[in-house]
Design a protein around this ligand. Structure first.
Ligand SMILES: *Cc1c(COP(=O)(O)O)cnc(C)c1O
Length: 395
């Protein structure tokens, strides 16, 4: 007898539920800055990726509306058919200029960008070396490409170099997050560049959480590390985080972009992003580049949170980015802490396995320019009120 696939899935779902690992989408009724309304209550939120507070900026909304009025909603076709509009071209140019690359190519999501790049660059017999804590779509991309995936200990550039050295003569891509999405720390980019140079490997950085937040004019973690297109030839970032819109892009040499245009299947065989979205994103890029007060405010909010959390003896991670996880350990404890915060009117999602390694469940707290100092203080008050598991270990 064949297994019933839906039945088998249901068994796995109930196993997850028993382990406190079930996920469920929460319906948000209304969003206003850092405030969300859910279950009829207004909650102060510390879990969005809208780091620069641009998602509801009037200039983005105006650009979106203007182009929707003029051009409609859907782009009606893939880029290579007739979906590539003036707004897409202008956004690609602006992204290339911002990141100091010759060209940029838009993708509908970051997930698709990474699948497309890895599948275009790699094939069977090639090796893809990745940090253990890379985003899921980088791992999926290497598997989809049929490449041999080797994962090194988080942040360990020497281990990455050893893995590359172990596969001499094989074409190799080293891929890393620039800022790690669940930990908030940065990749050792300069050391990884040195390893790639020594071993003749190509370096790719996914800067989903660095773009807009780090570096001169917010150009990202690669620019912050003083590295250019020569050292990091494949740069990817998303538009749905600090830029407050949706989508992603890859930036690099003309050769890279021309090649992706031919061979990245998630670029070729999909509908171009809505034109109005491209226009709103262009407005976001201009604000992100020029309004450096946003980054300064973010730095101040991060410092205020870390000082307060240190005073409370909370298990802070070594991060100076807007991603400030509190490591709690087991899934049940993280869920209980999230529920207790919500009772205080504060929304932070508990992040559990398999998004993070088992036993490393956490509250992934994120800060945004949409927050004010008093919001951070309110979060700290709510954290201070959490029941303590032991005298030494708060929360
Ligand atoms: C969010 C994220 C992605 C996926 O981007 P989407 O546009 O949300 O699909 C890829 N990489 C990293 C590191 C991310 O944090």
């Amino acid at each position: 007898m064949r297994a019933d696939l839906i039945q088998r899935l249901a068994v796995r779902t109930s196993e997850r539920a028993r382990a406190d690992l079930l996920r469920r989408a929460r319906t948000i009724e209304h969003a206003e800055g850092p405030w969300l309304e859910a279950s009829g209550r207004r909650l102060l939120t510390f879990c969005s990726n809208d780091y620069l507070g641009l998602a509801q900026h009037p200039q983005l909304i105006a650009a979106f509306k203007r182009v929707a009025d003029d051009e409609g909603v859907g782009s009606t076709a893939a880029h290579l058919v007739c979906g590539h509009r003036r707004e897409h071209a202008a956004l690609e140019e602006a992204l290339a200029e911002w990141t100091g690359r010759e060209r940029a190519l838009l993708f509908s999501t970051g997930y698709m960008a990474n699948l497309g790049v890895l599948q275009a660059l790699l094939g069977r017999g090639d090796v893809c070396v990745q940090d253990k804590l890379n985003h899921a779509c980088l791992l999926d991309g290497a598997m989809l490409a049929g490449a041999t995936l080797r994962r090194y200990l988080h942040g360990d550039a020497a281990a990455a170099a050893r893995q590359l050295a172990g596969e001499p003569g094989t074409a190799a891509l080293l891929a890393t997050d620039g800022v790690f999405s669940m930990d908030g720390d940065r990749a050792p980019l300069r050391a990884l560049v040195a390893s790639c140079r020594r071993e003749g490997a190509t370096l790719m950085v996914d800067d989903a959480h660095g773009l807009g937040v780090l570096g001169p004019e917010g150009a990202g973690s690669v620019a912050e590390a003083g590295l250019g297109a020569h050292e990091v030839p494949v740069l990817m970032a998303t538009l749905g985080k600090a830029l407050g819109t949706h989508g992603a892009f890859v930036a690099g040499s003309t050769e890279l972009i021309e090649g992706l245009t031919q061979f990245a299947r998630t670029y070729v065989y999909t509908t171009a992003m809505p034109t109005a979205l491209a226009a709103a994103t262009l407005a976001a890029v201009q604000l992100a580049r020029t309004e450096s007060w946003r980054r300064e405010k973010l730095v101040a909010l991060i410092a205020r949170f870390r000082a307060g959390a240190t005073q409370l003896g909370l298990p802070l991670a070594a991060s100076d980015t807007p991603i400030q996880p509190l490591l709690l350990g087991d899934a049940a404890g993280a869920l209980a802490a999230a529920r207790a915060l919500e009772a205080h009117g504060v929304l932070v999602t508990a992040i559990r396995a398999p998004t993070v390694p088992a036993g490393q469940a956490r509250l992934r707290i994120t800060l945004s320019v949409a927050h004010e100092e008093e919001h951070v203080d309110r979060l700290l008050d709510a954290l201070a009120a959490l029941p303590r598991a032991g005298a030494e270990a708060p929360v």
